[in-house]
Design a protein around this ligand. Structure first.
Ligand code: AP5
Length: 217
């Protein structure tokens, strides 16, 4: 299965992708996680991406498309879930072109719909593990010990781009550049709109119902 998960910042894409890959044994490819990893390693790509990410703008298409199509080419036959990519209509078209060159395509798109005030509450309460990438929330998905990762005992951090000013820019960028990707896919793929204002288990149930129905069709 080749799945794209769309949604505003903080909609829960990363949280739900982890559940999808655990259930279907797919590869999780998050453009944000890969870019953050490049930054941590101090690569040229990471240095180029830094100022865009810190301000809440999109990293230029040519950088992200090359990075993601390369990662997708190495995905196992079972498939993958894309998280945070594509984020512009141009990225979506380039992705289609790249997959078509080896006779593949996106099977289904899940679009997580969430209200702006829910986004603000989720992002300001998010805490992440800098070691393993696990994501928590100070109220909704608490670690067993406050501020400490359940998996490896590392102290949790707040992402630098989760400040209120940068979140406002990320939301604005989403409205201006990424919402059109939903229409792009609605014109040529199966797209399921999911109410992502619900709690994480309810959102997973809604998604899995759609994916199971598709697998049986
Ligand atoms: P990226 O890392 O992709 O950030 P994002 O899209 O803004 O998404 P987030 O990671 O903030 O949120 P999420 O939807 O994954 O939510 P999460 O599951 O963590 O991108 C960062 C930057 O990289 C971009 O700004 C850009 O500069 C660059 N970039 C990345 N991809 C790019 C591309 N394709 N092109 C160009 N530039 C690119 O959940 C959020 C919180 O809510 C967590 O605390 C979680 O525990 C909690 N939560 C989740 N679901 C629920 C629920 N249902 N109920 C209650 N709490 C919940």
């Amino acid at each position: 299965m080749r799945i794209v998960l769309l949604g505003a910042p903080g909609a829960g894409k990363g949280t739900q992708c982890k559940r999808i890959v655990a259930r279907y044994d797919l590869l999780h490819l998050s453009s944000g996680d890969i870019l953050r990893q490049q930054r941590t390693e101090g690569t040229d790509l990471g240095k180029k991406a830094q100022s865009y990410m810190d301000s809440g703008a999109l990293v230029p298409d040519e950088i992200v498309v090359a990075m993601m199509t390369d990662a997708i080419r190495k995905a196992p036959d079972a498939g993958f879930v894309l998280d945070g990519f594509p984020r512009t209509v141009n990225q979506a078209a380039e992705l289609d072109k790249s997959l078509a060159s080896y006779h593949q395509g996106i099977d289904v798109v899940l679009n997580l719909n969430v209200d702006d005030q829910v986004v603000a509450e989720r992002i300001t309460g998010r805490r992440s593990c800098p070691q393993c990438g696990a994501v928590y929330h100070i109220r909704n998905m608490k670690p067993k010990v406050d501020e400490i990762c359940d998996n490896d005992g590392t102290k949790l951090i707040q992402r630098p781009d989760d400040s209120p000013e940068v979140v406002a820019n990320r939301l604005e960028t989403y409205r201006r550049q990424t919402e059109a990707v939903v229409d792009y896919y609605k014109s040529n793929r199966t797209v399921y709109d999911i109410d992502a204002n619900k709690n994480a288990d309810e959102v997973s149930t809604l998604m899995f119902e759609k994916l199971e129905a598709l697998a049986k069709a």
